[in-house]
Ligand binder design. Structure first.
Ligand SMILES: O=P(O)(O)OC[C@H]1O[C@H](OP(=O)(O)OP(=O)(O)O)[C@H](O)[C@@H]1O
Ligand code: HPA
Ligand SMILES: [Mg+2]
Length: 174
């Protein structure tokens, strides 16, 4: 069977949900500024859309961590491929991810940012796949809970392909 993509969440539904998340985050952090930490590569697409919808002062930084490579399951080893440019000490940090799957990446990141002295650490993820969790991690803001299927689009890749799809789809035939 050839590799095909089945739409799971439409572009319109993703946009609408990001709008809601931006509003909720702006209310919850009222009076504060937020330091967004985008987890590359997948989180970049979501972060740009989310940041535009937060009505508070926002600063942004990027970290590139990767564990999947070209596979559909985690290698279990998280590597920092590009570190943050700025210190997180004393900052209200909001980690922005495209997906929480096994939870290993988020667990690693949370511990790392705690060690570096962040004042508070929360997570905003576009997608959450709770059935696959290996490590328990708190998810503060979740766009959509999805079933146990390998998804692509809106930053998510399968072997570096499909990141630029404007909707979320399931890879079939692999
Ligand atoms: O909960 P987990 O099982 O740890 O999976 C989630 C992580 O896996 C993906 O990153 P990936 O390693 O594919 O890097 P990428 O964003 O560059 O594609 C995704 O962007 C998350 O960072
Ligand atoms: O379902 C997924 N798709 C793409 N990348 C991922 N990284 C963890 N889970 C996924
Ligand atoms: Mg990936």
């Amino acid at each position: 069977m050839a590799e095909t993509i089945r739409e799971l969440i439409s572009e319109q539904d993703v946009d609408r949900r990001i709008e809601e998340l931006g509003k909720q985050i702006s209310e919850d952090y009222a009076g504060k500024s937020i330091h967004l930490i985008c987890i590359l590569k997948g989180g970049a697409f979501f972060m740009c859309e989310l940041a535009k919808r937060i009505t508070l002062p926002v600063s942004i930084d990027f970290m590139y961590v990767s564990s999947y490579g070209d596979a559909t399951s985690s290698s279990g080893t998280i590597k920092i491929k590009k570190d943050l440019d700025e210190s997180v000490e004393g900052k209200d940090v909001l980690i922005v991810e495209d997906i929480i799957d096994s939870g290993r990446t988020l667990y690693f990141l949370t511990r790392e940012l705690e060690k570096r002295g962040a004042k508070s650490i929360r997570l905003c993820t576009l997608l959450d796949k709770p059935e696959r969790r290996v490590v328990e991690v708190p998810t503060d803001y979740v766009g959509f809970q999805i079933p146990d299927e390998f998804v692509v689009g809106y930053g998510l890749d399968y072997a570096q392909k499909y990141r630029t799809l404007p909707y979320i789809g399931v890879v079939e035939g692999v």
